[in-house]
Design a protein around this ligand. Structure first.
Ligand code: CA
Length: 377
């Protein structure tokens, strides 16, 4: 569907919703009644969807982001499309949500695209690429740089339509119980890190694992893994990793602006009238913006709590470590791109966008950050 048509359809939806309100709905989820003397408007059938997620139910930022999306769709549609959210493991295990929506067990899923690298290598480019695009650049590439069309192409064989539906912003480098002073210190380490970042660690002699969030704390506590990354201060404080790990490293070289996704079963989407299809899309946009805003605000507060209350030791990876991680990341990403023609096509688009983004960032965002640091540190 063309964006122009979606906007038109969204306008129609707003009118219909407004008609429902004018008709004097007693409850927002009640079916709108006809207005006396007004032309009859057929609002069609109602829909009830399931949204399966890769997150613990109501988990701050990610789970609540999925809840927000479902709530928005319900409200904007005047209750004509109701979405029930399931936490990871409630209906299907967290890392099986892609298959569940592909098969139609649920109509909608909320997760991160790098979880699906075993199904489609190219999916990883739409969540996080080590030394790739930051949050602002990712959405620029997806919405206005050709990324969305490529993402559609990657998910089409699975009968899924993807939407960006959240972003955590830049993540942290992870929790360790030993210092990482040189790149050799990764050797022999069993670390939770999904996606391309995990493959970089493997090349350095570590063993990466892709555990769902809900299993990380216990694995770190029992010694099943030696180190982990998850998200950033807001989420990592919620999981209490400071209780079982000594050092908290930055920056999150492997996830510079991770996109969270909502994918919809294409057949289910096609069955919706056009205004409800538009409501699904604009709700994902709103959920994306809301999640990024929430992380921006809450990471600051959580950072202070981790420093002042829990006395966490923050450490920055040294320049030589980051340079080596960058060098190996280039190799891993290029190898991924070479595995199939679609990955190559996505990588080419991504890489080209990154070149322009770096040029602008130097004089744009980075230029400003450095200027601000001269006065405020
Ligand atoms: Ca992460």
């Amino acid at each position: 569907m063309k964006r122009r048509d979606l906007v038109k359809a969204a306008g129609a939806g707003a009118l219909l919703t407004a008609a429902g309100i004018l008709a004097g709905c007693e409850k927002k989820d009640a079916a709108p009644k006809a207005i006396e003397g007004a032309p009859a408007i057929s609002l069609g059938k109602n829909f009830e969807w399931k949204m399966v997620t890769a997150w613990p139910k109501n988990f701050p930022g990610l789970g609540t982001g999925a809840n927000y999306l479902a709530q928005l769709i319900g409200e904007l549609s005047g209750g004509r499309l109701k979405v029930k959210v399931y936490g990871g493991g409630e209906l299907v295990p967290p890392l099986e949500v892609f298959d569940a929506v592909s098969k139609g067990t649920a109509q909608m899923g909320h997760a991160g695209a790098y979880y699906w690298k075993g199904k489609a290598e190219a999916a990883q480019f739409f969540s996080a690429v080590p030394f790739g695009l930051n949050a602002q650049e990712m959405i620029g590439w997806i919405r206005h740089g050709g990324g969305q069309e490529l993402w559609d192409e990657v998910y089409r064989p699975f009968g899924l339509k993807p939407f960006p539906a959240g972003n955590t912003g830049v993540q942290m480098g992870g929790w360790f119980n030993k210092e990482i002073n040189k790149v050799e210190d990764f050797k022999g380490l069993k670390m939770r890190m999904p996606g391309l970042g995990g493959e970089v660690l493997n090349k350095l002699g570590a063993t990466s694992v892709s555990l769902p969030g809900g299993e990380i704390f216990q694995s770190l506590q029992s010694g099943a893994i030696d180190a982990t990354e998850w998200v950033g201060p807001y989420n990592d404080l919620a999981f209490g990793f400071y209780k079982v790990a000594k050092y908290y490293y930055w920056p999150g070289w492997h996830e510079p602006g991770t996109v969270l996704e909502c994918f919809v079963n294409q057949k289910a989407l096609d069955e919706l009238p056009k205004d409800l299809q538009a409501i699904v899309e604009v709700s994902c946009r709103a959920a994306y913006d809301n999640m990024l805003a929430e992380y921006s605000a809450r990471n600051n507060l959580a950072l202070m709590t981790l420093i002042n209350e829990h006395k966490v030791q923050f450490k920055r990876f040294s320049d030589p470590v980051l340079r080596e991680l960058g060098r190996v990341s280039q190799i891993v990403v290029a190898e991924t791109a070479a595995r199939d023609p679609l990955s190559a096509k996505v990588y080419q688009s991504f890489d080209q966008f990154r070149k322009g983004a770096i040029s602008w960032d130097k004089i744009g965002e980075e230029g400003y950050s450095l200027a601000r640091a001269l006065t405020f540190t």
